[in-house]
Design a protein around this ligand. Structure first.
Ligand code: SF4
Length: 213
């Protein structure tokens, strides 16, 4: 009865084609023929699950299976701060998935967070500081130490030039309107807390953050 289904079937991949005469001498189907999806469905395997799986699918393994290290992290994209597991192999990030132990996200990531491996590994990612001088037409690379010193120099100079000790009526202000901050969506609560502390200590009052645009 079963042998009536054994034969070439248009649309089937070569792998799934049953080999001619694949049965055993006792009439029961042999190993390769036993893998034929039609036969597996007829023999009662779930046609939407086990019987629909090819040998290639069975052989597939997740990228996380051969990681030699898993690090805990936080999604950098927005202030929700979903927990992430970062899978690493040979020093390279191979996958980033939701952390089931995170009390915030309990293993879930939105599509943006789920794609954050690309943020880390894509070849166009900038890893050097780029600087374009006033009136310059080309970008030049700077080492981080130099760039941080330049930023600090500008902050100190701007604060000094724009400092307001009192208003026109002599009321105490002790502020600068020359420095403002607009935080990005990747800043989490802790980073925003530290930024607010820093800018307030500098006398800046125009401090804002957006959770997401
Ligand atoms: S971008 Fe998505 S995954 Fe990342 S913290 Fe925000 S909600 Fe969570």
């Amino acid at each position: 009865m079963v042998r009536a289904f054994v034969g070439s079937c248009p649309g089937m991949s070569r792998r799934d084609q049953p080999p001619g005469g694949g049965g055993r001498p006792d009439g029961r189907p042999g190993g390769r023929i036993r893998r034929w999806p039609v036969l597996r469905q007829l023999l009662g395997e779930d046609p939407r699950a086990e019987a629909a799986r090819s040998a290639r699918t069975d052989a597939l393994r997740p990228r996380t299976a051969d990681a030699d290290h898993v690090a805990r992290s936080v999604c950098p994209y927005c202030a929700v701060g979903c927990g992430q597991l970062v899978y690493v192999r040979d020093g390279r990030v191979t996958q980033i998935e939701g952390d089931p132990d995170s009390p915030i996200s309990r293993g879930r990531l939105c599509p943006k967070g789920a794609a954050s491996r690309q943020l880390v590994t894509r070849p166009t990612r900038r890893t050097r500081v780029l600087y374009r001088r006033p009136y310059g037409t080309e970008w030049e690379t700077l080492d981080l130490e130099t760039a941080m010193d330049m930023i600090a120099d500008r902050v100190v100079a701007t604060r000094r030039q724009t400092w307001q000790e009192t208003d026109a009526e002599g009321r105490v202000l002790r502020r600068t309107l020359g420095i403002a901050s607009l935080g990005g969506a990747t800043l989490d609560n802790e980073e925003n807390y530290l930024m607010k502390k820093l800018y307030t200590a500098l006398g800046a009052i125009q401090i804002e953050n957006q959770a997401r645009i």
